[in-house]
Design a protein around this ligand. Structure first.
Ligand code: NAI
Length: 384
């Protein structure tokens, strides 16, 4: 069938199999053009199918020549509806990795569950023996804990309600977003979903099963950003979960003598998860405009290639808090000053001038395999 994008709010409900494959191949091409680096050889990537996790997997596979085992939560096609982008991305990744003689297997299921942890352990035992790197890149709206409890995360502020400008994605207008304050329970639930408890559970399960190598590195991702986004991000409900993630990284370092744990603070980018956060997409479009003008813009693959092949090659480069700062170029004074000035000035009328709206939408469509150069979108494609 001919697959067209169907955009609903901040998500596209279709994905193009050929476009997704092309997207993955382009990311691989980028990594292959970088000098190879000596690094971990058997890597588990949790949240491996889209965004930062997919880019991480590509960076370590083609930058370190690493075998990779990926975990994701994606939908297959039922013959009428397309699969999700992450499903097509993963299939394309596996094909390309195998062509280069790299091991690549993926497990599609709920990473929070004991069943999937066991499947991963069994697969490592059967195929790899041990892993020497664990990348934790989950972004999930809900979690069912092993005791059957369901938790949902919220994107709200902490303390007081907050109002600021936001980009209405359906018509590219700028309006005010009023973000309510989360209740104590909502904050606790968001921490359960996006905090570090499950990351520790993973490391414990892998350690107990004896599938961690003698020296293991693990990394999870966070975002800090500028003051404009503090109430909704760093100091909002998601920020509370990220603080829990930082504490979890310390716990992992203390608990497992053979594991070194890191937090990388990544750049704000268009991904399926960030599109859902109020205020943030407007900031991203203003940021892209400045970073592109100064020639320092990066997408997921440029960020993750720089993380694994540069900042984490050898001894990891960290700041005074122990964080690996991948947001260094985003947070540069000249960039932030220009963004803050435009933030005050931006309206529905001038948003196309001040912000990189087209760039945002290109990246948005690209995530689902659309608007990729060289793909014939009028052709019939097999969606299975
Ligand atoms: P994403 O939505 O593109 O990727 C999420 C991944 O998690 C996908 O592979 C998905 O299949 C997987 N996943 C979700 N629920 C799952 C479950 N229950 N079981 C197994 N797999 C599951 O998100 P993105 O943006 O790449 O986020 C990854 C991490 O990076 C998150 O921790 C996020 O907070 C962080 N981050 C994102 C930034 C951004 O601007 N997008 C900036 C800085 C950090």
């Amino acid at each position: 069938m001919v697959v067209e994008p169907r955009v609903k709010d901040y998500i596209c409900t279709t994905a193009h199999p050929v476009g997704c494959a092309e997207n993955v191949k382009n990311q691989i091409k980028y990594v292959k053009a970088q000098p190879k680096v000596e690094g971990p050889k058997k890597v588990l990537v949790i949240g491996a199918s889209t965004g930062y996790g997919l880019a991480s997997r590509i960076a370590v596979a083609f930058g370190y020549d690493a075998d990779t085992l990926g975990v994701m939560f994606e939908k297959e096609s039922n013959g009428r509806r397309t699969a999700t982008a992450g499903f097509y991305n993963t299939r394309a990744f596996e094909e390309e990795a195998k062509k280069d003689g790299l091991y690549a297997k993926s497990i599609n299921g709920d990473a929070f569950s004991l069943e999937i942890k066991q499947q991963v352990i069994d697969t490592i035992k059967a195929d790899l023996g041990t892993v020497d790197m664990v990348i934790y890149s989950l972004a999930a709206p809900r979690r069912v804990t092993p005791d059957g409890h369901k938790y949902s995360s919220v994107l709200k502020t902490v303390g007081e309600e907050y109002s600021n400008k936001t980009l209405v994605l359906k018509d590219n207008t700028v309006t005010m977003a009023h973000i309510p304050a989360a209740t104590e329970e909502e904050i606790e639930n968001t921490i359960k979903v996006m905090g570090g408890e499950d990351w520790i559970d993973w490391m414990q399960a892998l350690s107990d099963a004896g599938v961690l190598a003698e020296h293991v590195t693990t990394v999870a991702y966070s975002y800090i950003g500028p003051k404009i986004t503090f109430p909704i991000y760093a100091e909002g409900s998601i920020g509370m979960a990220k603080k829990d993630l930082y504490r979890s990284s310390d716990i992992i370092n203390e608990k497992f003598a053979n594991v070194t744990s890191y937090i990388a603070i990544n750049k704000a980018l268009v991904t399926q998860s960030s599109a859902a956060i109020p205020v943030v997409p407007l900031y991203i479009t203003l940021l892209y405009k400045q970073m592109k003008a100064k020639g320092v813009h990066e997408g997921c693959i440029e960020q993750m290639a720089r993380l694994f092949l540069d900042k984490m090659a050898g001894e990891a480069e960290t700041d005074e808090n122990g964080f690996i700062r991948m947001d260094d170029w985003e947070m540069a004074d000249d960039i932030q000053e220009a963004v803050a000035k435009n933030w005050d000035a931006v309206t529905s009328e001038n948003v196309k001038e001040l912000a990189d709206i087209d760039g945002y939408w290109d990246e948005f469509y690209n995530m689902f395999g659309f608007k990729i150069d060289g793909v014939d979108y009028s052709a019939d494609v097999d969606i299975m």
